[in-house]
Design a binder for this molecule. Sequence first.
Ligand code: PLP
Length: 369
Amino acid sequence: MSHYFDYAATQPMRQVAIDAWVAASGAVNSGAQYASGRKARSVLDDAREKVAEILGCEPIEVIFTSSGTEADNIAIQGLYRLGTTNRVVSTPIEHPAVRDSVAQLPDAQVDLLPVDRYSHVSDFSALDTPADVATCMWANNETGAIQPVAEIVRRATLVGTPVHIDAVQVTGKLPIDFHELGATTLAASAHKFGGPRGIGLLLAKRSPAPQPIAFGGGQERGIRPGTVDVASASALAAALEESVSEIDSETKRVGALRDQLRAGILSSIDNVILNCEEPMLASHLHVSFPGTDGDSLIMLLDSLGIEASTGSACHSGVNRMSHVLEAMNVSDSDGIGSLRFTLGRNTTPADVEYVLAQLPDVVKRARSV
Ligand code: PLP
């Protein structure tokens, strides 16, 4: 039996999402004008309305995409195309979907908001000069650090800069009210909250709306053209509804398990460095074990049926310290032996106890090679 500790990478689909997907799996093109097309359209409309109600926006502001990555790309490239300053404000700890999107913007001057030792944005002053887009993640995928997004939106808005928020890690974990937040765009991804992989969300204000970066049949306000996957949209809405209804109880339950894991690690293993601190998601625990390397730790854990990640799943396979730890000023020798445990709705006390029983020996073996 495996003990899964990689919920920040993805999680199993919720039964409500599977049921919604199956129920809508026969949906035809929601743009067609005949009866079956209208039926598909009505399922899509219901999904859009549900998402809008839960996330505090209008249905027209909900754009279905193929992933969080696509939503981030559309927002950043599309807002940059609207602008005139050639300036972008971002952070050094963004997911590659944002980081690499920003890096390829033509002729952009990029200013990064600094972060502190625990990856919280610590200085907002770059936001006081107008830019074509300012972008910041709501919570970091590696450390779980929750960012001061309200303040970032406030400061950027004062000088007229549109703001994109990558909410992929927080959707279904923290309450989101898009209008109250005041951001221009926001990205989310269904598979992070128990929906299907392969569908994401971009919330986009009516104005300024990102310019399209792909062209086609004009679906989704022309911002994300292409025939919409109605069944996946319906499953996304069902997963979102259930995950949001469980925020309070799951934050408490998962947070208590995470605290138990952290306390157990600190009391049973020498020389452990914690890389996360409040405000942070209840699901995350990021720790370094100097004298080890992340890949050995993962391999040893895997052989015992424990599935965790080094830094971020998106980078695995490359034994290099993550750019997030680098931005936090963690030294190479400390950061290279890091593990990210992320807990979620199927994590049990027995999973945590099993890790605590195995990890001291795993670290000892990794330190002896
Ligand atoms: N942004 C963040 C913060 C993420 O954690 C991820 C996925 O790990 C993404 C964007 C990309 O989302 P997707 O997997 O849907 O492309």
